[in-house]
Design a binder for this molecule. Structure first.
Ligand code: ZN
Ligand code: ZN
Ligand code: ZN
Length: 140
């Protein structure tokens, strides 16, 4: 889509490894967030479970990917926005959970709602999620 996996890794100060690049490429081309078992299955020839677990962990920690917990409690991973780094994640988009296929989509929305909160509360980041039917499920 946008940056190459190589550029993503170097801009986040991560060493270039084959599996990191493959996972970034895969998540960039995926329409929806993918779980660790999904990725394990796709890359079973290239890497074992532990390697994939560690790769996801370091990519998340460095602000390359973010984790979404789906409606069944499973973690799914998606590529971050450019503004994320190791200090904080700023994935201010909508997470759409499809009730039919179970996929989770990162959807860009024009503006996130802003709230006025009681005195003393300070928002650092907002997460927005919605449930419904995704585009590919509405077609069939
Ligand atoms: Zn992020
Ligand atoms: Zn769906
Ligand atoms: Zn997302």
């Amino acid at each position: 889509m946008k940056k190459s996996a190589e550029a993503v890794l170097s801009s986040h100060g991560l060493r270039k490894t084959g599996i990191r690049m493959k996972i970034i490429d895969r998540l960039q081309e995926s329409e929806f967030a993918m779980s660790q078992p999904d990725l394990e299955q796709e890359f079973q020839k290239e890497a074992d479970r532990v390697t994939i677990y560690r790769t996801l962990y370091s990519l998340e920690e460095k602000g390359v990917i973010h984790r979404i917990i789906d409606l069944t409690g499973v973690s799914r991973y998606a590529i971050c926005e450019d503004s994320c780094d190791s200090q904080h994640h700023a994935d201010e988009h909508l997470h759409f959970h499809c009730l039919n296929c179970g996929n989770v989509y990162c959807l860009q929305v024009p503006a996130l709602p802003s709230y006025s909160l009681p005195r003393g509360y300070k928002i650092e980041s907002t997460r927005l999620s919605a449930e419904g039917t995704c585009a590919s499920c509405s077609q069939s």
